[in-house]
Design a protein around this ligand. Sequence first.
Ligand code: F1P
Length: 351
Amino acid sequence: FEQARVIGNTLQGRIGQHKVLEQVFGTSAADIFDQVQRVQIIACGTSYHSGLVCKYWLEDWAGIPCDIEVASEYRYRKVVVSPGTLFVTISQSGETADTLAALRLAKELNYLASLTICNVPNSSLARESDLVFMTQAGPEIGVASTKAFTTQLVSLQLLTIVLGRRHQLSAEREAELVEALHSLPSLCEEVLSLDPEVLEMSEHFSEKHHSLFLGRGPQYPVAMEGALKLKEISYIHAESYPAGELKHGPLALVDSDMPIVAVAPNNDLLEKLKSNLEEVQARGGMLFVFADKDAGFKNNGSTKVINLPHVPASLEPIIYTLPLQQLSYHVAVLKGTDVDQPRNLAKSVTV
Ligand code: F1P
């Protein structure tokens, strides 16, 4: 529930007068950004999911190729580095052992420079990276990242803008993106106020053992994050799929006992998503849809809809994450699990 405020903090002093300030990333940032041809993102867990969203933004808006990998795999394979590649780590704690080891390995390779997006000043990643962008989420009390994730997305959007203006991002498009970011804190408030509806929806999950989360495009990593939150704090098995992949296997899992969560903003992928969801319903699956209010979903016996305000496409991954976090929270509370300290997990994975 702090997210409107902390997102405001992450934006403050970084955008203004339709300009994203690049020196915030470090004194040598402008020189380094001028040379970036490609981006390699490395992170773990929730932070990995924010990186996956950023890949869509960097490639779609900025025309900059982006690779992303979990740190725990990256450091155990032979890596080929293309010229002009910026090495980006994302981490709430700045201390995750795999991410830190990946950064140390990257320094021995031929990367242009390293940049970290992290939430803890003076953390190991912040100290050892060439450039640093601090999210302003404040301390994350619980193990499961929530506000860290959304402030990471905001930070990654600013990174996409400063890199993109050197590539294919026009000044007009940059101004549109910045205007959308200005509206983000109040949109977060509006969406978080849907909490009573999300609570009602959560009652359908507390007796379930499995669930499926679906999204398309940048909403696929959002579905991944929604599934991870449910797993982490309620211990319900949750899988995420790009909705178009259903027919390649997971459709076999669908029956009336499998709740299907879908992320459905009103964008150019909506019609494709709807036809994927029809396939689910035809097999008796119960749908729980977080939808744009004009997306045309109706509540009925097999579909429960939570209508969200229409938001600019650039904000969809941030806004649609919020009710998914709330859903996991309410399911966990109903099940009586420890929301802040789930079993077997540590806030900072330092070994
Ligand atoms: C990565 C992470 C978190 C997760 C949990 C364990 O941490 O996987 O996303 O919620 O706390 O660690 P970090 O590198 O973002 O600090």
